[in-house]
Ligand binder design. Structure first.
Ligand SMILES: [Zn+2]
Length: 517
């Protein structure tokens, strides 16, 4: 069907044509964009015309760092964030007790989103705290960062973690200093646990996915890059099934984990779906530093990056701290030295603490940075109190990176924070937190740059700029209609940006969400 959106303020983000009033959509693609009068002739008998009443249209938002499964799961698990009135360990215990009464003994209780900073006790809960709530149900709590979990004694026994268990190579089992007993707190062991804890049942999962789809569409997100390190052939099949069932409307780019990549090299799997619905992306490696040692080691990291690079793929390197970002740079550098390749678009994900010399190095190597500007909004006030100098001076230096010529992309790392791109755009422009504090004001960027982080730059990071990222004839009709123009908000009313609402979302020319509908 033909569709015309007219009487709109269209920000194309196309370098040739800046603005328009009308966009004509045919067969899921943008057919034409321009002035109201000039496109009048393109209206056909069956064309549906929508009057946008002066609202703003942008290319659909792309969230380039997303965890769909974890998001769906989070929507059907216990929410332990402060905004859900959780301010102490006894609040957590109360919620756990309540839910344990409704579930048969032995069924898993999952909670997420707690942060020791927001708890009165200023510490993580322990297995013993959780045991007080229930000893008959295994409990798994996920820290707000996703990087730590707390299990009760019942759960520890089920996953086989005891005093005798050694730390796995990538993780850390927190222990009581006197007895050596695990406290229940586990660091960087998410993948390890995922292999041992049963997934949600089918109905729960489907319920979570439907809600996830609703949320994504309501925020104007038309593509996600799913960068979960457990993505593999099996996950691909699952995503494909959901896509076919129409459960998830936004397009998905699937970045493989290291193990999934090895599967892929053996049996490259393809998708019978429209090629833009589900596509393989790069290969993710988590680089981290626990108690001063790099994991994987520099040598192993170089080897893996080289392998990804030689296979013609994109390395997606999770690196948060200065040392790990530097290690990622070294690995890319050594791969490029051996096999020069222009336009590799290897990515560093997060890049949270990045001093200027490192930013310059990233620029020189042509590395793309996938940042999470909404962290500034949701976590910024906590960073101001807990991150020490000198790291604090280099926290999410988006302005510096952009000025040094780095391609910087926006994302949410959802479910770590809600996937609302307008919050990320607002934070990149204002550097403001939810408590109205400002984190490194010198790192502000201009509104149009912020919009590009979630559109053109994100499309480029997925090698999709020919199909997405701007409103250009021939590109996919993935669009978002906003209640106001983020580039036209006066500087002294900057807070208005975060109040801008999504009126309508289109994927492939199909209206997938409409406010009030
Ligand atoms: Zn992530």
């Amino acid at each position: 069907m033909d569709l015309i959106l007219t009487n709109a303020n269209i920000i194309t983000l196309d370098s040739n044509l800046q603005r328009g009033e009308t966009v004509v959509i045919r067969d899921g693609n943008v057919f034409a964009v321009g002035g109201q009068e000039s496109l009048k002739g393109l209206r056909r008998q069956e064309t549906r015309v929508i009057d946008c009443r002066g609202n703003t249209i942008l290319p659909g938002f792309i969230d380039a760092h997303f965890h769909l499964l974890a998001f769906a799961e989070s929507l059907v698990t216990l929410n332990l964030e402060p905004r859900n009135r959780v301010h102490s360990i006894s609040d957590i215990q109360g919620k756990l007790r309540e839910i344990s009464r409704r579930l048969p003994a032995g069924s898993w209780i999952r909670g997420r989103g707690y942060h020791e900073f927001s708890l009165a006790e200023k510490r993580h809960p322990t297995r013993w705290d959780l045991d007080e709530a229930t000893s008959t149900h295994p409990i798994k709590l996920t820290h707000r960062s996703g990087g730590a979990h707390v299990l009760n004694s019942c759960a520890l026994a089920l996953v086989g973690i005891s005093k005798e268990t050694e730390d796995p190579p990538e993780g850390l089992i927190d222990r009581d200093l006197e007895t050596g007993d695990p406290t229940g707190l586990l660091f960087s062991m998410g993948d390890h646990l995922a292999k041992k804890i049963p997934p949600l049942d089918h109905d729960q999962m489907e319920h979570g996915l439907k809600r996830a789809n609703q949320e994504l569409c309501s925020f104007g997100i038309t593509t996600i890059h799913d960068v979960s390190s457990r993505n593999n052939a099996e996950r691909w099949e699952v995503f494909q099934k959901w896509k076919k069932q129409g459960l998830i409307k936004p397009r998905i780019k699937m970045v493989f984990g290291w193990e999934g990549f090895n599967d892929y090299l053996k049996y490259p799997f393809s998708s019978p779906l429209d090629e833009h619905q589900l596509r393989p992306g790069g290969v993710k490696i988590i680089v981290h530093e626990t108690t001063g040692r790099l994991s994987p080691s520099q040598e192993e990291l170089n080897k893996r990056v080289l392998c990804i690079h030689r296979a013609g793929f994109q390395a997606v390197l999770h690196a948060v701290e200065e040392n790990t970002i530097e290690a990622a740079c070294k690995a890319v550098e050594s791969a490029l030295k051996l096999f020069p390749r222009s336009d590799h678009r290897h990515r560093v994900e997060h890049c949270a603490v990045c001093p200027r010399p490192l930013a310059k190095r990233i620029a020189a190597l042509g590395i793309t940075v996938v940042a999470q500007p909404p962290f500034i909004y949701y976590n910024g006030s906590r960073y101001l109190r807990t991150v020490l100098d000198p790291d604090l001076k280099h926290l999410y230096p988006i302005g510096t990176l952009v000025n040094d010529g780095v391609h910087v992309v926006g994302s949410s790392d959802c479910p770590i924070v809600p996937p609302n791109p307008m919050i990320g755009i607002y934070a990149a422009i204002s550097r403001k937190t939810d408590l109205d504090e400002v984190v490194l004001p010198e790192e502000k960027i201009l509104p149009e740059k912020a919009l590009r982080m979630y559109t053109g730059e994100a499309a480029r990071a997925g090698f999709d700029e020919m199909a997405k990222g701007s409103i250009t004839p021939g590109k996919l009709a993935d669009l978002v209609v906003l209640s106001a123009d983020p580039t036209a908000v006066p500087a002294d009313e900057i807070d208005e940006i975060k109040e801008i609402e999504v009126e309508m979302t289109l994927v492939n020319g199909e209206i997938v969400w409409e406010k009030g509908a």
